[in-house]
Every structure is written in C-alpha cells, then in structure tokens.
Design a protein around this ligand. Sequence first.
Ligand code: URP
Ligand code: ZN
Ligand code: ZN
Ligand code: ZN
Length: 468
Amino acid sequence: MSYVRNECDMALLIRNGRVVTAGSDAVADVLVEGETIVAVGRDLAAPASAEVLDATDKLVLPGFIDPHVHIHLPFMGTHAKDDHASASKAALVGGTTSLIEMICPGPDEDPVEAYELWKSKAAGAASCDYGFHMGVTNFDESTPDKLKKIVEDGTASFKVFLAYKGALGVSDEELFNTLELAAELGVIVTAHCENESLVSELQQRLLADGKTGPEWHEPSRPVRVEAEGVHHLMTFAELTGAHVYVVHTSCQEAVEAAAAAKARGVQAWIETVIPYLVLDDTYAQQTGFEGAKYVMSPPIRDEQHQPYLWNALANRTISTVATDHAPFDFKGQKEMGRDNFTMIPNGIPSVEHRVQLLYHHGVTTGRIDLSTFVDSASTQAAKLFGLYPKKGTIAVGSDADLVVWDPDWEGVLSVDTHHMQTDYSAFEGWEQVGRADTVTVRGEVMVRGGEFVGPEGKGQFLKREPTH
Ligand code: URP
Ligand code: ZN
Ligand code: ZN
Ligand code: ZN
C-alpha cells in the first residue's frame, strides 16, 4: 500500500506483540498514522514523532465490537442507568471500541423522531464509535419511507421484537412487512425471538399461583418458547428472503431452530450474549430478591446449556458474542418487581466485561481458540453489519482500533471498580485472568494500564451501508 505521510498525524508503533486476527496469528509490529493502520510487519521503523509501545508477551487484537447494547432505554417510567459517556468508557476499559445500540421506540412514537433522539444522546457523549439498529415496533403506510430515510442516513439494520406483548412486540403482519422491506433495501433484521402470547399466558398463570419471585422468570419463558420464536422468525425470513440475525440466543433448542433454518437455505445468523455463557439459572434462584439482578430475557438457563453454547461457538454455528447490556440498578429499579417478577426491568450490566469473561472462560479453558475469540467478539459483527474491513481486523487501511491484551493480568471484578453506573455487578468477586491493557480508537490511546485516559466524547457515528 502506498500512502502520503502527513507529518501532522500522530503516529503510534506497537512493537513485538502477537498480532491475532480472525484469520492470522504472528508476532509483528503495527504502525499507525493518524486514525489508520499503515503497516503490519516485522522490525518496522518508528517515525520520528511516533509513540512506541512495547507489546512483547502481549496480544495485539482488533478493537472489539459489541453489536447489541441498550444505553438510552426507557422502561416503565424509569431509564437504564448508563448514558453514552459511562457506557462507552466502560466498553473501552473492557477492550470494546465500537457499540451498536438498539433504538427501541414505543409503538406510538414516530420512528424518525426516535432515531434523531437516540442519535442525539450519543453524539458528543460517546468516547468510542457507535451505531444503531433501528427498532421497528409498528408498521403502517408511512413506515417504509421513514425507514428508508434512516437507512440512507447510515443505519442499515433493523430490530424487531417477537416478545414484549403490548409494548415493543410486532404483529405477524408487521413482521412480514418489515422483513419484506428489509429484503428490498438489503438490510439485515436483528430479532428478539420468544413467543409473546405464550410468555404472557405463562406469566399470568404463575402469578395467579402466587409465584411472584425472580426465580419464576425462567419458568415463564421456557426454552421451547424461545425456540418457537426462532422458528417463527425463520418462517417469515424464508417467505421474504430477508437476512435475519437472532439476538441473545440462550439455549440449545433455540440454536437448533436457527441452525435448521440455515441448513435449508434461510439467510440467518446467530448471536449469543456473555451472560448465557457464564451464568446459569441458579443465580436467579438465590434466596430473597437477589435473583432479580440476573433477570433478563430470554432467561439465564440451566447449566446444561452452557457446554452446548460453547461448542456451537467453537464450531462457528454461533457467529457472535454480544452483551445485551441493559443496566438497571438493584435498588429502586430491579426492586420495582419485588412483588411481581414481570415488573423487574430486564437486563444485566455487562458491556465492560464481555471480552474479559469470554477470554477467561473461553480461551484460558480451551473452549475456544484465539481466532474464534476475535472472530466472535469483533470480526463477525463487523462483517454482518457493514463495518468490515474498516473495523474488525488489523490490516493496512483499517481504522486503528487496537487492543493490547495482557494475557497474564489477574484481578477481580467488582461494582467497586467497574465503570458502569449500576449499583451492582452480576460478576461480583469473580477472579479473572487477562484484560485489555491499552486500547486505541482510530489511533488515539483511550486506555492505558487498564485505566481510561480519554479524551471523552470523541466517538464517531458508524455510518453503515446495506450489506446485500
Ligand atoms: O433482558 C433483556 N434482554 N433486556 C433488554 C431488552 C431486550 O430484550 O433486548
Ligand atoms: Zn431482547
Ligand atoms: Zn410461531
Ligand atoms: Zn437487547
């Protein structure tokens, strides 16, 4: 590659690290000028102005991408606790350099107004790069033109909920219309899959039996209810030709439903999220109300699902590992559901620790290799959502979003040290090996020695094109 060197550009040379991408693994130097990687190779000369970082015995990885987060999230008169300033800082400390947030307008809200609102919350506040999936929560004659505008603006993916009856969930007619439009526009549709009528019915029966605690959340949304939602989505994807991405797949039955559709030619991809890989339903079954900290949907499952999910990740049936970061405090927010588990705000704060947990529980245990680690937590998201090869890899011409990973670091996760704004950690006291030591976003060092060093608010909007 040839390039004209701009003397004003800051330069950074990361020397002698083990550079791992989804498809390569070798000791090399990485040279950055301005926002871009300009060379990868052995014994690169440092430009006079360059900062030189020694990465001997460390891994050099592409900036990680979390393709499923909630930051601005109104819920039952309250809001999730993070804003873009805190969520992006937490993400960066954990090695995540790009976030894709779900825009979730109420069914009566105008999509364009919601889109502008969500964008305005991030602009100037996020310290990492950020994009959106546009939630479609109703569909009438005016919807196609509005969604086309949003796609033209660079938000080239949709989100639908087959769950949350009476709130965000779409009808079958709306689902069909949304997928048909997505197929026409060449944008992928991300989908939360659970059969909402079954959930609603099971919830009412449990409550009527006096089963009101957080331990009843899982039984109200059993694995077959999720698998049915996946199967339902796949039927619609098959009829419309839309590309679909099943978010937060929690169990074997749901993965199998998606994999069966893929096998018959449906254009489908599967995401899981870190809580399902490392937590099991005993956390929601704790005595008292502690279990509310672990209420998310689909629910955290029986531990028997974990080996299946890890294996599906290792054999790449599952494409991506995201978080579904949805941060609510225990005090005052999760507590809203003290007498009724259906009123517990759903979600587990995890944007900060996804990569670290995946490394510790996946790589150090041998469940996944480094290539799968990078692929599932960065590269696949970039490819599926139109960011590759600008993001998701280490190559000449790519954005210099880089993570110098210390594989030997040892420490403990805790609410006392995390950067998320929630009053609890779902992983309190967990001992970890490995963390992001140094993190850059487009060439700028944002994290050193595991500490956020800023600057704040310079994250850029990820403008994405239709992918197919
Ligand atoms: O529990 C969850 N998943 N919370 C956030 C909303 C959603 O369903 O993605
Ligand atoms: Zn969801
Ligand atoms: Zn169905
Ligand atoms: Zn979500």
